[in-house]
Design a protein around this ligand. Structure first.
Ligand SMILES: *Cc1c(COP(=O)(O)O)cnc(C)c1O
Length: 400
């Protein structure tokens, strides 16, 4: 294939107007409009029948006893850690979104970062084992970009050490584990985000799934200031309620989610088919038998083979009107809020090479545009741009 010039070298951009990184996919049909009007007219905008029905439908969809709707995933995770009554340290990845760490700090707990696997992007169980010590109160796993972390190994480890395993499943709604069960069925609790950049959204929102009925009850109290109804608050909760409007949006979308996720997976396959042959680009490895929902499609850029650094590729794509994101750079342990904790635990953070895979990935990972109803044409254009840029890597390199 003879490549024309990349836009960064004066060629025409592959897109006439910028494509969004992500867009919410929702089922805004007349029934939903009617339902939203009904909620408005009823005066019951929170604590109503929509939230209760949404929780039951989500629990059935996932195949779990309890689902507790909350205002967002961050609040959900804060409340889970709070309701478990933890003290001490929480072992978690640094290669994750800001919120995974903040929920630890908000509970007065100390984060201890464990490294991830370069191939799967998720927690390396051996590194978690090395980070767990006498101060460890919990392990917080993350299903990064919608691919499940190694739950078999993490469950074995946390059971042996007697600490709870909590999951930040923000990216994972609708995905499955290698054994075929849905994400949301493992650990002490899993917490999903329903914010607009996630594959399943209610505008803002979150949902916690658990088998533990006592924990579910505590969470329902906790999301309501810790007030069990008597106005004698029994724990330090907060306002973490989902609105009736959001629950209605979720109920309207849930039946369509499997179709949306199939569309999304087929877009990812299209990306991979087009990009597999490009030297220096690789993809996240999904555990055998598991199904990712691809909250993000991330490519790992090896500069030596591709011919350009990750950031140079991002700049060249921006010239083609293609936005990208360097998720997750900087990783948590390199963010200002976390410097103090990095210094506290030199054995897990800061000592040379201990978060080597995290830092390696953070420098190389680049997220491409993806949403469930994105036209296939956009994938083709993005890949065309990547090919062009790769073919002219030397000239682009010479310009900087
Ligand atoms: C988006 C996200 C969250 C936070 O979700 P909200 O619903 O916005 O609070 C937490 N963890 C990860 C990994 C995320 O990507």
């Amino acid at each position: 294939m003879k490549s024309s010039l990349p836009a960064a070298l004066g060629g025409l951009p592959v897109l006439e107007s910028e494509t969004p990184m992500a867009r919410p996919t929702v089922n805004a049909d007349p029934q939903l409009h009617a339902l939203l009007h009904e909620i408005l007219a009823s005066g019951q905008m929170t604590n109503g029948a929509q939230v209760t029905a949404f929780e039951r439908e989500v629990a059935d969809f996932i195949g779990i006893e309890h689902a507790v709707a909350v205002s967002n995933c961050t609040t959900g995770l804060m409340l889970v850690l709070r309701c478990l009554g933890l003290e001490g340290e929480v072992v978690l990845p640094s290669f994750t979104f800001i919120a995974s760490g903040h929920v630890v700090l908000w509970n007065g707990l100390r984060p201890v970062f464990a490294d991830v696997c370069k191939e799967t992007f998720t927690l390396d169980p051996d590194r978690v084992a090395a980070a767990v010590g006498s101060e460890t109160a919990a392990v917080l796993g993350v299903h990064t970009f919608g691919a499940p972390c190694d739950m078999d190994a993490l469950e074995r480890l946390t059971e042996t050490r007697g600490v709870p395993l909590v999951i930040d499943a923000a990216h994972g709604f609708g995905g499955t584990y290698p054994d075929g069960s849905r994400i949301g069925t493992k650990g002490v609790a899993e917490v999903f985000s329903l914010s607009p950049t996630k594959p399943f959204t209610t505008g803002e929102g979150g949902i916690i799934t658990t088998r533990d009925g006592m924990l579910a009850e505590a969470l329902r109290t906790a999301r309501n200031y810790g007030n069990p109804g008597s106005y004698d608050s029994v724990l330090l909760g907060l306002n973490g309620r989902l609105t009736e409007f959001s629950a209605a949006i979720g109920r309207s979308g849930l039946p369509f989610l499997p179709v949306w996720l199939e569309q999304r997976r087929s877009l990812v396959e299209r990306y991979q088919d087009h990009l597999r042959g490009v030297s220096g680009l690789s993809f996240q490895r999904i555990p055998e038998g598991a199904r990712s929902v691809y909250k993000d499609l991330c490519v790992v850029v090896d500069a030596a083979q591709f011919g350009l650094e990750r950031d140079q590729l991002a700049d060249a794509l921006a010239a083609e009107r293609i936005p990208t994101r360097p998720y997750f750079d900087p990783p948590l342990h390199q963010q200002s809020v976390y410097h103090k904790y990095a210094a506290d635990r030199l054995d897990s953070v800061g000592a040379e090479g201990t978060l080597g895979a995290t830092e390696w990935l953070a420098r190389r990972a680049l997220t491409l545009p993806l949403y469930s109803h994105m036209p296939e044409e956009v994938v083709d254009r993005v890949c065309q741009a990547v090919h062009r840029i790769h073919a002219h890597a030397d000239e682009l390199q010479a310009r900087v």
